[in-house]
Write a protein that binds this ligand. Structure first.
Ligand SMILES: *Cc1c(COP(=O)(O)O)cnc(C)c1O
Length: 362
């Protein structure tokens, strides 16, 4: 028997008829860009995130990029980002002409260390992007206090944390604006690319609405030099179906995570995730640490269990950033050698993974 790293088949079987009905509805209406489905999804996702505004865009990277543009962040500015994140967080900053300034994770966790953020602030710093990595909310209270003290904007990269909560409050409403991705493997995934910005700020939402659609509010009238990055009607219609299942799917992930945490606690040499008390984690990924990571990954593969590494090379060592004069970032570099992502999806049977890990750890 083998265990796949990710299997979305069952989540789609459960809503197959509704997805097909949504497709038929869009096909029959014949309106494919910025219509009623996008509007309805925006209203529904805003309500889900407990914010007044949501703007659908083409993908998660563009969501981050448009937030920075709408805040007039650009050339000569610095934006604090986690050293340990998916590269999109950094690329959004670079695309604006600003410089990503990395800050390493907390000693025991995977998210940005709020204490270290303060030391990275310079007169050029304009904003902080917090990533809720692997589905665990970052320490937004501490980051809010720092950003208020220094007059900085605070942005959430919530691409891995749809539905997670910080002190009871949903991600998407914890900062000046939040970026979501609906890439198919995310907790809320479209059947293609998609993204959204959520915010409490009506003026910012309006600027992003302009920027996503050629800087245009009225057809053929262009108020700013915008982009073409819109959420498709079809993806919006499909996302409306899937949004209704999100809480149940997150609960199923939480069940798998609880079983992993309980069953793996006594295996020597493994460091398990331990979310802080303020975090309601939605387990986009279940990531453990081991000094024997490569040996362990190999042993699991031999026992039919697929694993992955998120991410094997830190952003500052990628070709895209290697020559930009970044410091060694030793904690992040060490982390990338030790992390291993176990299979995680709603409905996964964790027992074969647990057995294989026990067996491989002898
Ligand atoms: C997936 C992801 C993104 C980018 O989303 P896309 O829709 O693929 O552009 C940004 N940040 C993080 C942390 C992600 O995981």
């Amino acid at each position: 028997m083998t265990t796949a790293f990710l299997d979305l088949g069952t989540t789609h079987v459960a809503c197959r008829d509704e997805l097909q009905a949504a497709f038929a509805r869009v096909l029959d209406k014949g309106h494919f860009i910025l219509g009623e489905e996008v509007e309805a999804f925006e209203a529904e996702f805003a309500q889900y995130c407990e914010v007044p505004h949501c703007v659908g865009v083409g993908n998660g990277l563009d969501a981050l990029h448009l937030i920075l543009r709408a805040m007039d962040i650009g050339m000569g500015d610095e934006v604090i980002v986690p050293a340990h994140t998916f590269i999109a967080t950094w690329l959004a900053v670079s695309q604006c002409g600003a410089r990503p300034v990395p800050v390493e994770p907390t000693p025991r966790g995977y998210n940005i260390d709020a204490v270290a953020v303060e030391a990275a602030i310079t007169p050029r710093t304009r904003a902080i992007i917090a990533v809720h990595l692997y589905g665990e909310p970052a320490d937004m209270g501490a980051l809010r206090a720092i950003s208020n003290r220094h007059g900085l904007r605070l942005i959430e990269d919530a691409a891995q944390a749809h539905g997670a909560r910080y002190k009871g409050q949903r991600t998407g409403g914890l900062a000046d604006a939040a970026a979501f991705s609906f890439y198919p493997t995310k907790n809320l995934g479209a059947l293609g690319d998609g993204g959204a910005v959520t915010t409490h700020d009506a003026a910012l939402a309006e600027r992003i609405r302009l920027l996503r659609n050629y800087g245009s509010r009225i057809k053929y009238q262009h108020d700013v030099a915008g982009y073409n990055t819109r959420l498709d009607e079809l993806q919006a219609a499909l996302l409306r179906v899937k949004l209704r299942t999100l809480d149940a799917l997150n609960a199923a992930r939480q069940q798998v995570a609880q079983r992993y945490l309980q069953a793996l606690a006594d295996i020597p040499g493994l460091r398990l995730p331990h979310p802080p008390a303020f975090a309601e984690h939605v387990w986009h990924l279940f990531v453990i640490r081991s000094h024997q990571r490569d040996r362990l990954a190999h042993a699991l593969t031999e026992r039919g269990v697929a694993t992955m590494v998120h991410y094997p090379t830190p952003c500052h060592l990628q070709g895209a950033y290697r020559n930009d004069g970044y410091p060694a970032l030793t904690a992040t570099t060490a982390l990338c050698e030790e992390i291993l992502s176990l299979p995680m999806w709603p409905g996964l049977d964790p027992e074969p993974v647990i057995d294989a890990l026990r067996d491989a750890s002898h």
